[in-house]
Write a protein that binds this ligand. Structure first.
Ligand code: SF4
Length: 649
């Protein structure tokens, strides 16, 4: 039987296990990526492992999430990251050089390679045939030390593309259509492999918009085959020699097939406040808009911004609205400037920002109260923009620019008809992206060879080995779809404590219950209860580390998001799956006891536990850990276990 493209790449990198869906496999990692809000902990953990240098082919440290450096703490973090990259042998991308996924795609992503990144949108270079997976920082630190990455072998789903995109429909509409059909849980345990005749009509930037936002489907990753377009993209980046032809075997068997006819797509929009809340733009047309932002790792490239720039050129955006354009990388920004598009946008009234994640996580350009913001981003979780009652829509740059011209949500096809002279903007790519590389420091040119730690940079917290008893108060009961933003918010007042866990933990779950941290600290032991899809969203391991630091020992949820569940294991927390009836019966404040000898049961391979609530009733909770995850839990977390293993070697 032939292999899918995913299986081929995994097979080439397999160090443990079989490629059977659901089985745990260990793979060798070629490249790693970290960013500023997860990277400090990655390097502190790398330091704790007492390794001398990065062992992967390539490691890259980006500074993109918090580039405004409001406070010396951010600047100290960036200096620490530069010093860590220099000390251990990683590339360092300076603050303002762009978003990790954009800069990595331009400079390092290569077909056939595996990559692990401490950011949930790490799958972005799947558009170039790289198999890239998001993970918690500790997994990244261990991979950077040469250890394999363990993941459940996903099911490979064939997304067969037919036809070509019609005018005004974009790659963003394709991934929004996938979200509309499958929901934010539709990709859990899956890889989406794009095939079919429609693939060749999509450019690499279009493909990476799709693979980027496969994360919103909950997918392990998404990937495209390579072809002439991939080759041309790499040549434009001056990396033509890295091209490798990759495709699935003709007789490859997939777990499932989804067919999308590109020619039937129309402009779509994700309404507040979940990425899968997708409707045709026409359904919400007429809604007043006060803010429009074009940028992010999804739609922040030159090829994304150019259509918006063309649409607003020689026009003016509405006066009661702000339009912000934040190029995803300095390369994109530099090219737009060199080609004259930055001046066109500025003349139209656009506020051209630095290359940063910023507003995507509520850092800068926070919307006004009770207002609508249209963004070309990938997430619109409630409160993520920096204001609790936000109303954020997600759309293509074309739909965003149309709203900026009209002052309200409008299908660009209808605006074109109304204006008479607005054409669907084509995208001409330059022969060469000859942007400067001044903001990337090669490890050979490193400016530091020792770690520089400011006063806000603390230690990595460690947990004791797993004991026999887990019992305590239900510290918080939460509904479905709790995101890592709920667990550890990423706003600027909190983000600066990412390398100071003692302080950061004070904000744990504060968006759900302001007094949570105080209560958890006072009770010292306890559990969390949640509905479906607990921990969806980002890869931030702080969402497991901080509850652990406050004394949480187990999380009982109806289901877990993949990366977060791995992070729970990594920090020694017991993830237990409960059914709906149990979820409904447990109340906040209830005393929950895991009846069995937990350490012994985990080590002996138990697949379920009995939980006793208030000494009154009992329920069964499922536990589906692999042997390796059991070992991690027993040791009190992955860092402790890895150190023990290094010591034994
Ligand atoms: Fe940055 Fe937003 Fe992309 Fe995350 S999703 S990398 S915060 S732009």
């Amino acid at each position: 039987m032939g292999q899918t493209l995913t299986e081929k790449i995994l097979d080439d990198h397999l160090v443990e296990g079989d490629l059977e869906p659901g089985e745990e496999i260990g793979i060798e990692i070629d490249q790693v990526l970290t960013q500023d809000t997860t990277g400090t902990m990655v390097w502190l953990q790398f330091e704790a492992l007492e390794l001398d240098e990065v062992q992967t082919e390539l490691a890259a440290q980006y500074c993109d999430h918090q580039t405004y450096q409001f406070d010396f703490k951010n600047t100290d973090d960036h200096r620490f990251l530069r010093s860590a990259a220099g000390t251990y042998g990683a590339y360092f991308s300076r603050p303002g050089n762009g978003i990790c996924h954009n800069v990595h795609k331009e400079n390092f992503a290569a077909p056939g390679k595996t990559m692990l990144g401490s950011d949930s949108h790490t799958p972005t270079p799947g558009g170039l045939g790289e198999l890239a997976i998001g993970a918690g920082g500790l997994d990244v630190a261990v991979a950077m030390g040469g250890g394999p990455y363990f993941v459940e072998m996903p099911e490979v789903v064939n997304v067969r593309l037919e036809g070509e995109l019609p005018e005004w429909a974009t790659a963003k509409d394709l991934i929004l259509e996938m979200l509309r059909r499958l929901s934010v849980k539709g990709g859990v345990g899956k890889v989406f492999e794009y095939t079919g005749p429609g693939v060749e009509s999509l450019t690499v930037p279009e493909r990476t918009t799709i693979t980027n936002m496969g994360t919103e489907l909950g997918a392990t990753t998404s990937i495209f085959p390579t072809d002439e377009r991939t080759k041309t993209y790499l040549e434009r980046q001056g990396r033509g020699e890295e091209y490798v032809e990759l495709s699935p075997d003709e007789d490859a068997e997939y777990a499932d097939e989804i067919v999308v006819d590109l020619s039937e797509l129309e402009p779509l929009i994700s309404a507040p406040s979940m990425p899968d809340n997708v409707v045709p733009v026409r359904e919400v047309a007429g809604e007043d808009v006060e803010q429009v932002i074009v940028g992010s790792c999804t739609n922040g490239g030159y090829a994304d911004i150019l259509p918006a720039a063309k649409m607003v050129a020689d026009r003016e955006i509405k006066k009661d609205l702000e339009m912000i354009v934040a190029p995803g990388s300095k390369q994109a920004g530099e090219l737009l400037a060199r080609e004259g598009w930055t001046a066109e946008m500025m003349a139209a009234g656009v506020n051209v920002s630095e290359s940063t994640c910023g507003p995507c996580i509520g850092i800068g350009h926070v919307p006004a109260s009770d207002s609508v913001s249209l963004r070309t981003f990938n997430r619109n979780f409630e409160g993520r923009s920096g204001i609790e009652d936000d109303s954020v829509y997600l759309c293509s740059p074309q739909v965003a620019a149309a709203a900026a011209l009209k002052g309200e949500i409008v299908d660009p096809r209808d605006l074109a008809e109304e204006l008479g002279d607005l054409e669907s903007p084509g995208v001409e790519l330059p022969d060469q992206y000859d942007g400067s590389k001044a903001d990337i420091i090669d490890p050979d040119d490193a400016v530091d060879d020792d770690l520089i730690k400011g006063p806000n940079i603390g230690d990595v917290p460690l947990k004791d080995p797993l004991g026999a008893d887990i019992a305590g108060e239900t510290l918080l009961k939460m509904p479905d779809n709790i995101t890592t933003d709920h667990i550890i918010p990423a706003t600027s007042d909190i983000l600066k404590y990412r390398s100071n866990i003692d302080k950061l933990s004070e904000f744990t779950l504060s968006r759900v219950d302001e007094s949570f941290a105080e209560r958890a600290k006072a009770s010292d032991h306890g559990v969390l209860v949640a509905g479906e899809n607990y921990g969806q969203g980002s890869s931030r391991e702080h969402a497991a580390m901080c509850p652990m630091y406050l004394g949480v020992e187990a999380v009982l949820a109806q289901s877990f998001a993949r990366i977060h569940k791995a992070n729970l294991y990594n920090f020694g927390l017991l993830p237990l799956t409960i059914d709906e009836e149990t979820y409904e019966r447990i109340e906040q404040g209830d005393h929950v006891e895991v009846v069995d000898d937990v350490a012994a049961a985990v080590e002996s391979g138990a697949e379920e536990f009995t939980v006793r609530v208030n000494d009154e009733w009992e329920a069964t909770a499922e536990f589906d850990a692999s042997e390796r995850e059991r070992e991690i839990l027993a040791a009190g977390g992955k860092l402790t276990l890895t150190k023990q293993q290094y010591d034994e070697d």
